[in-house]
Structure formats: C-alpha cells, structure tokens
Design a binder for this molecule. Structure first.
Ligand SMILES: C[S@@+](CC[C@H](N)C(=O)[O-])C[C@H]1O[C@@H](n2cnc3c(N)ncnc32)[C@H](O)[C@@H]1O
Length: 433
C-alpha cells in the first residue's frame, strides 16, 4: 500500500476507532520495506494528528458537506495531504498528486476529484489558514475542551503550554551511572558526531541535538544508556532511595523509573515493580535485562493488595499514576483526538483510589512520591490537597525546585520548560506514630 494511504489509515483509526499510534503505527510501518518511506509514514501520522484541530479547521472551510462515516479514511487522507502542504517541505505538486493516487489504495477511486479539488483549493487560497485560525482551537491546534482546562489551570501560561505541545520533542538519554559518567558518555557521543547537552536539573540526563535510532548510541545494547525524558528522570532523585530499603514502584510499566531507581541505588534492599498491564510489564523485564539489574516484577492491580502484597511494608513508594498525559502531548499527539473531557474525572477518581490503597503499605516515617505527566491541577495539587485533608498521618515535604512551578502542594513542570516534558511531583511523608 502507498505510504500516504497507510498514513490515512492510521489517522482514520485514531479518529474513528480511538486507536492510539502506539497500537496501529508499528504494524503499518512493517508493511513498508524502504527506511525513508517508513520515516515518512511516521512523520505523516504524527504530524497530521499533532495539527489535527488546525487541519480540520481548514478542511471544513473547503468542504461543501461532511463526509459519511464510512468514508472517514478519505477525510483522513485529505488531512494528511493538507499537513504536507501546510507543514512539510514536500513539493506541493507531489503532495497533491501522491495524495490523489493514494485514493485508489483505499478502494475509493470515486474520491480522486474531490481530494484533488480540496488540496488545490488550499493551494489557491493560503489565507484559508488565517481564517481557520480565527478559532483558538485551530490556531493552537488543540481541542476546545482541553484549551479551556489549560486556561482555567494556567491562566498566564496556557498559550505557551499549547504551543510547547505542538513542538517536536527532543530525544533525551539517561546515562546509567553504574556504567559510565555522564560527561564521559557525552564525549563518546561526540566521537560519533552526536552532540548532546547536559540537563541542569536531571543529573543523568543528556538531550541530543538531533534524535537518532538507539542502535547508533554507543553501548546501548550493553545498558549504558536508556531513552527517558529529563522530567521523568526527576522521580528517582525525589524518591532518594537509601541502601537496604524496600521500595515499591506501584505503576511500573514500561519500567523507565524502576530502572533509574536501581541504577542510582544498587544497594537497595528490594524493588517491587507492579503493573496491571501484562504486555507492558514484559517491557519492564526486557529493560531490566538489558541494563543487567533485577527487581521483583508482578502483574496485578496494585490497589488490590490482597492479590499481590506479602504484608511487608515499604520504605518508599513511587506512584507514577495513570493520568490524562496532558504534559506529554508533544510525544503523543494522538492524545488530542483520543482523550475526551469526560475522561478526566475518572482519572482523578482512579488516582485517589490508588493513593488511598497504597498509603497503608508505607512504613511509618516512609515517603511516597506521587507523580503524573499531567498539567491539570485536579490530577495534581488538588489531588494531593484532598489526600492530605483525609489522612492525618500524611505530611507534604515541599520540593525545593530550581525549575518548574512550586504549587500550593507539589511542583509542576510545564512542557518545554528546560527542554522537559510536563510533569508533576509531590512528596508525602507518613508521620512516625
Ligand atoms: C504513567 S504509566 C507508568 C510509567 C512508568 N512508571 C515508567 O516510568 O515507565 C502508568 C501505568 O499505570 C498502570 N496502572 C494503571 N492502573 C493500575 C493499577 N490499578 N494497578 C497497577 N498498575 C496500574 C498502567 O498500566 C500504566 O502502565
């Protein structure tokens, strides 16, 4: 199948079936043999979903009537075509003619004239973009409901926040300090003509100037580095595990933070990594194996302690909770079309359930780090506020942060700040009785 038709299928599956890029793109990529076509498919799929609200705004100005549901793949192909015209340096005539011929692959040859007319309509009148951008959803390429939440929660930052979500994310590495110092690894990268800058905040983080395939990273297979955003690397530092301690990573998969905890403190007593998703949990085992480190891995609903817990309390707990992922939209632009406003309340409830269920598993004097990759206050500082209000033995330890925004409870990094993803952290200590 034609690369553009495959991209249209991937976009259609996100728009109509609610399927994520992580779910559909790998299979689509496998259908292409050529590396540059594979890269193009990835670019078209990610880019079209990243700019979807804007592309949709322009498409609506060009279409006389909406598409029938069964022809959503043709609409997706139109968006893929508009994305090329508006955001890529593809020669416009090629973008149009290749999009038109991709219609055959979708089995919708009747739509050739329509696709041709709409794309040429945009070429003839680029002012259409400015007209579409009269609406902030198109101008900032986010759904209205999400912009409304950003505006409510971050009245001084919401536009910058949305713009940062539209940027391409950097590729950041976590240097395994058991194997090599960060500066020494940066020097090795330099020898391979790969330039990287060290994070001022995450002490094992190096952000590459240009993303590369991991196979090109020195000693990747031997576990010298992993790919992990700098904001995510702050979790292990905040957890600050000491030798001999027993630690729970409560929502562990795919295991980035578990691995970092073990790299930072190889003398810890035991790391128990739990996640309810068996498939994602297999990736924890693979990651730990590559890094040559060990943890006790379990597939379970961590809130159902009777199913997995042996009754021995933990000195530290990391709860990297399921969330709206509104801080990592630059990495997962499909969130813009997959998430619904109504999801947020359910996530807040789920996070509260996890916090309440894990608290009894923590030793007196122990600490729990609560983390999300959300920027919404309801999932973050308000969640922690409500927890503190109902747990007299919980005390918040303020985070003294050189970066991010210190909130009434916890600390928020907004996407793009210091090159990082959006992340929230709070540290809760269980008082000694
Ligand atoms: C933000 S991700 C965790 C990322 C991980 N900490 C890392 O750094 O690689 C949230 C995870 O929570 C898991 N999860 C959600 N509800 C859960 C539950 N009740 N019990 C265990 N895991 C759960 C999901 O399967 C998902 O893998």
């Amino acid at each position: 199948m034609h690369t553009r038709a495959l991209a249209a299928t991937v976009v259609f599956q996100a728009l109509s079936e609610g399927r994520s890029l992580a779910d559909t793109l790998p299979g689509a990529i496998e259908r292409l043999g050529d590396a540059s076509e594979r890269a193009l498919l990835q670019e078209l799929s990610y880019g079209t979903l990243r700019w979807y609200p804007q592309l949709d705004g322009v498409a609506q100005l060009l279409l006389r009537k909406p598409f029938k549901r069964k022809d959503g793949d043709v609409f997706a192909l139109l968006l893929v075509g508009l994305y090329q015209l508006m955001h890529l340096r593809v020669a416009p005539h090629a973008a149009v003619s290749l999009s038109v011929s991709a219609v055959d692959d979708l089995g919708k040859s009747w739509a050739k004239g329509l696709v041709n007319a709409v794309l040429r309509g945009y070429q003839r009148d680029p002012a259409l973009l400015a007209r579409a951008c009269g609406k902030s959803s198109a101008a900032l390429a986010h759904p209205d409901w999400l912009l409304a939440l950003f505006k409510r929660d971050w009245p001084d930052h919401w536009q910058a926040l949305a713009q940062a979500n539209n940027a391409r994310p950097p590729m950041t590495l976590r240097v395994n300090q058991q194997q090599v110092e960060r500066d020494a690894y940066a020097a090795q990268l330099e020898q391979q003509a790969l330039r990287a800058r060290a994070s001022d905040f995450a002490l094992q983080a190096l952000t590459l100037d240009t993303p590369v395939d991991v196979v090109n990273l020195p000693e990747f297979a031997r576990g010298w580095v992993s790919v992990q955003d700098a904001a995510a690397q702050l979790a292990a530092a905040l957890l600050d595990v000491q030798p001999g301690e027993r630690v729970l990573d409560a929502c562990a998969a795919p295991g980035g933070k578990s691995a970092h905890i073990l790299e930072r403190q190889p003398a810890l007593g035991e790391l128990v990594a739990v996640d309810r998703d068996a498939q994602r949990m297999r990736r924890v085992s693979e990651n730990l194996q590559r890094l040559g480190i060990q943890a006790t891995c379990m597939v379970a609903d961590v809130a159902a302690a009777a199913d997995w817990w042996d009754g021995r309390k933990f000195d530290r707990i990391l709860l990297d909770a399921p969330c709206s992922a509104t801080g990592v939209i630059r990495r997962h632009p499909d969130i813009k079309v997959l998430r619904r406003a109504s999801d947020v309340a359910g996530l807040i409830e789920q996070q509260a359930r996890l916090l309440n269920a894990l608290w009894p598993l923590l030793q007196d004097g122990g600490t729990l780090v609560y983390a999300t990759c959300s920027v919404l206050r309801g999932e973050n500082e308000l969640q922690v506020r409500d927890f503190l209000a109902t747990h007299a033995d919980a005390q918040e330890i303020p985070i003294v942060a050189a970066c991010g925004h210190v909130c009434t409870f916890g600390c928020q990094i907004l996407p793009g700040e210091a090159d990082m993803d959006g992340f929230y952290y709070a540290i809760l200590r269980k008082q000694q009785r």
